[in-house]
Each structure stands twice: as structure tokens, then as C-alpha cells.
Design a protein around this ligand. Structure first.
Ligand SMILES: Nc1ncnc2c1ncn2[C@@H]1O[C@H](COP(=O)(O)OP(=O)(O)O)[C@@H](O)[C@H]1O
Ligand SMILES: [Mg+2]
Length: 468
């Protein structure tokens, strides 16, 4: 442990981390769930390899620079203070024995040039499933050199994300292709429950995982890789018993919303596709009711469902929205807060849809475009509490919402996301509203109210640690 170190570093890995630290296969995947101590294991293994192999060139890759800093660079700077020199320009640590640990991110196609003509002995890709197969292959192509130092690639991963299918094929299903030697691939699973440090210091994190919508809980808490199957909104219930009850159902009989309840309008414009607009009332508890909708293609009952273009011009559509809000008894005279696809502010043809809408007195704020957190918010609303009450209802007249939501599937290339080739317009506008008016999941004991339910608390923690 002390070949080059002037002071002793102490590492106490848990059992699974220890297996990772000892793993010597050409490709090792570690994790399979959230909070399993993956980033910690990468940093620790990198230090151990620096110590074992003088002159080793190590690369740590993560999707974004911010995540790279929060999860690796900043913690390592503290740990290696006095043991290694930090070169800010080249973003790497240089050790007295000639070894280096460099850091790189890969966030878009444009970043591929960083991986041309560079060589490393060992590459760690943290949260590898956040990157598509092609990027992972480009990164892997940098793992080469002609000396006795081992050449290896270590991935950490969770189910879900654009790299899900690739990592699953190699390490879970073990369906190998030509030139892939099965002995080169080792998977070590680590669940959050095995990360005793986290369980002890951050019990909130387990609360977050336990309260997740079903498919995410399957993947992130239990490390189940079969999360891409079935319908996306598998929690949606259109109660066949009738619409009188509010329990264990999302579809209900209409009622006149009290005048005091705020009204929202969510909107997704489709140029070649239908436009979808929903009106929502919000009760004292923050529960949303989709009371009315305007969908520019009527379902004719044909199968397959035609997703044919809309004949409406923007002018006609926003005039109709304005008319509905003037004349509909639930809406007339009420202030309506609008949220819409941020794309309607683009003005390629001179005047944006948002401007056209404004001409008719129909105003929107731009919706938050982040898809996964948006879907998560929508899923939280659909989940039932112990007594069977959800945080979102739909009046039974909103038939396009009720028809399209159950048809949506997981994107096989990014299972936490909805497949965008589906009829997703009603879902999209609903997502913008859910992101604007966030809620917390049911069944959580969050008395202190200190969990921020809009993003992963572990990442929030890493950000805080990094700022400290
Ligand atoms: N063996 C360990 N000893 C001390 N702290 C650890 C250990 N394993 C993990 N941690 C800490 O637990 C938290 C979560 O671990 P992390 O590696 O970030 O999880 P993951 O990357 O799997 O989400 C971090 O604060 C990390 O420093
Ligand atoms: Mg991590």
C-alpha cells in the first residue's frame, strides 16, 4: 500500500466493492442499482492501480463535466492532497511514480474527438448506461498500449439509460458476438443495501428509492434489468367498475370545479401531428384534475390509430383555445396559467407559435424540457396512496388522454424514457405541467420535508459535498 505514498490512505470497502477492487477481467461491470458505492469504488481502485503499476495511465469518464467534478475530481483532490499534483489544464493527477489519472466527459457527439489518438491502460466509465453503445465503443478504443501494464475497462452502471441494452447484453444476458470472449466479461452486482456507509449517513436515500414509480424502483432499488418491458404508465387505471368512485382509479365523472381552484392549461404543438391541449383544475391538496381537452385529431375508431397530420393552422388553434376559455362554463372569467412545449417559441418562419397564441390572448410559460424527471413527476401523481387516492385525475370526457396514455411504451434504447414514436402528445403536455407543479410521491414519511423530490438526492449530495 505504501510504495509511493507518503501517508497511508485507508480504505474499507464493503464485500462487493472488495470484489470489484480485486477484479482482473478485461471488462468488468459493477453496480446495477443506485447508491451501491460505485463512484467510490472507481476512485479507490484507480488509486490502488496507480500504486501497483508505476507509469500507468488511467482515465475516468463520466457523461458531464459537472458530474465528473462532483463525484470524482473534487473528492480525489481532498484525498490526494500532498500525494499527487493536480494539473488543471490537462485535467489530471500526476503521481511521483509517473502514473496519471485523467478525467474526461462525453456528453454529445461533438465530444468524440477527445478520444481520437489517445491511449490509456485502464479506463473507468462511471454510469456507463448513460451513454449509447457507439460512445462506449469509442471510449473503449482508447484502451491500448504495448507494455506489460494491464489493459482493462471498468464500467459502473444502473439499469436504464441509452447504454442499457448494450451493458445488459454483455454482462447480464451474456449474449456474445464474434470476437467477444465470454471470459473477458465479469459483472459484480452491488445494491444500495450493501452500501452500509450510505445507509447509515443518508437513510433518506433509501426513502427516495422506495418511493419511486414501479419500473424505476425495480431498476434502481432492486437492480432488475427487465425494466423496458410493458406499458410505460403501468400505474394508470381506468376503472371498469364505473366512474363514481375516486379510489384506485384515475378516470372519474366530471364535476364543476370550485371557483377558488386554480386552472392550468398545458399544451403541445404538433406540426405534422396532433396538437394536444389540456385544462386542469387543482384542489386544495394540490391534486390535479384534467377537466377538458382539445386534441386536433379525432379518434375515428380505426385500428391502427391514425396519427395523421392536423389540418389546423396555429391561428385557428389558438383562436379556438381562446374561444373555449371565453365560453366554457368551467373556464369563463377565470385566470388560466399556461405551460407549453418550449419549441413553440422557435421562430423559424418569422413568427413563433407562442406569438400567434399571444395575439389571441393565450399565454404560456416555457415548459421544462427534462424528460426523465418530468415523467417521474407524472408517475408520482399516478401512484395511489394507501387508501387508493392518486394525485391526478382525468374527467372521463378527456378521451384522447385516456386513449393514448396506456399505449405508450418504454424506449428500448433508454428504458426510463417514453418511446417518442408513440402517440405521446397528451403525455408530453401533461409532463410539462407536472414539472411546473411538482409533487412528492405518496406513502413517504417525509415529516421533515427535507427531501427534494425533483432529482436524485445522491447527486444533490455530491453537489453539496463538492461546494463545501
Ligand atoms: N467503502 C466506503 N467507505 C466510505 N464511504 C463510502 C464507501 N462506499 C461508498 N461510500 C460513500 O457512500 C456514498 C455513495 O457512494 P457512491 O460511490 O457515490 O455511490 P454510487 O456511485 O453507486 O451512486 C458516497 O458519499 C461515498 O463516498
Ligand atoms: Mg456515483
Amino acid at each position: 500500500m505504501k510504495r509511493w505514498m507518503s501517508r497511508e490512505l485507508t480504505f474499507k470497502p464493503n464485500q462487493k466493492q472488495e470484489r470489484f477492487l480485486k477484479a482482473k477481467a478485461r471488462y468488468v461491470a459493477f453496480g446495477g442499482a443506485r447508491g451501491g458505492g460505485k463512484s467510490w469504488a472507481i476512485d479507490t481502485k484507480a488509486i490502488l492501480m496507480v500504486n501497483r503499476w508505476p507509469g500507468i495511465k488511467i482515465l475516468i469518464v463520466r457523461r458531464t463535466l459537472v458530474e465528473l467534478r462532483n463525484n470524482h475530481i473534487d473528492p480525489l483532490k481532498q484525498q490526494l492532497n500532498g500525494l499527487a499534483k493536480w494539473n488543471q489544464q490537462e485535467r489530471k493527477f500526476i503521481f511521483p511514480n509517473g502514473s496519471t489519472i485523467a478525467f474526461e466527459y462525453y456528453d454529445s457527439e461533438r465530444d468524440s474527438f477527445k478520444y481520437q489518438g489517445v491511449q490509456y491502460h485502464v479506463i473507468f466509465v462511471d454510469e456507463a448506461t448513460q451513454m449509447p453503445e457507439e460512445w462506449l465503443k469509442i471510449i473503449a478504443s482508447c484502451c491500448r498500449s504495448v507494455d506489460e501494464i494491464p489493459k482493462r475497462i471498468y464500467y459502473t452502471c444502473n439499469p436504464g439509460g441509452p447504454g442499457h441494452q448494450y451493458i445488459k447484453r454483455l454482462f447480464i444476458d451474456r449474449k456474445f458476438r464474434e470476437n467477444e470472449n465470454p471470459d473477458d466479461y465479469v459483472f459484480i452486482q452491488s445494491l444500495v443495501t450493501e452500501n452500509k456507509v450510505l445507509m447509515e449517513y443518508s437513510p433518506d436515500y433509501i426513502k427516495f428509492l422506495e418511493a419511486l414509480p414501479p419500473h424505476l424502483k425495480k431498476g434502481w432499488l432492486y437492480g432488475d434489468w427487465n425494466i423496458a418491458e410493458g406499458m410505460y404508465f403501468d400505474g394508470f387505471r381506468d376503472n371498469p367498475e364505473g366512474y363514481d368512485t375516486r379510489k384506485w382509479t384515475h378516470v372519474i365523472n366530471p364535476f364543476t370545479p370550485p371557483r377558488t381552484w386554480p386552472i392550468y392549461r398545458s399544451h403541445d404543438w404538433g406540426s405534422a401531428k396532433p396538437s394536444s391541449t389540456g385544462w386542469w383544475a387543482c384542489d386544495e391538496n394540490g391534486v390535479l384534475y384534467r377537466i377538458y381537452e382539445l386534441y386536433t385529431v379525432e379518434y375515428s375508431g380505426a385500428d391502427p390509430i391514425p396519427d395523421k397530420g392536423t389540418k389546423w393552422t396555429p391561428d385557428q388553434l389558438y383562436a379556438e383555445i381562446a374561444r373555449i376559455e371565453r365560453e366554457h362554463p368551467w373556464l369563463a372569467g377565470k385566470k388560466v396559467t399556461g405551460v407549453a412545449d418550449p419549441a413553440i417559441w422557435q421562430a423559424e418562419t418569422g413568427i413563433s407559435f407562442a406569438e400567434t397564441a399571444a395575439k389571441h390572448g393565450v399565454y404560456f410559460t416555457p415548459g421544462d424540457h427534462k424528460r426523465i424527471p418530468g415523467w417521474m413527476q407524472m408517475q408520482y401523481r399516478l401512484m395511489f396512496d394507501e387508501e387508493g387516492f392518486p394525485q391526478m385525475y382525468v374527467f372521463k370526457g378527456c378521451k384522447n388522454w385516456i386513449r393514448t396514455i396506456p399505449t405508450l411504451e418504454h424506449d428500448p434504447h433508454n428504458p426510463e424514457d417514453v418511446l417518442t414514436t408513440g402517440e405521446d402528445h397528451a403525455a408530453d403536455e401533461t409532463r410539462y405541467l407536472c414539472q411546473m407543479r411538482t409533487c412528492k410521491p405518496p406513502k413517504v414519511d417525509d415529516a421533515e420535508g427535507d427531501i427534494d423530490w425533483t432529482s436524485d438526492p445522491l447527486e444533490q449530495m455530491a453537489r453539496r459535498r463538492s461546494r463545501a
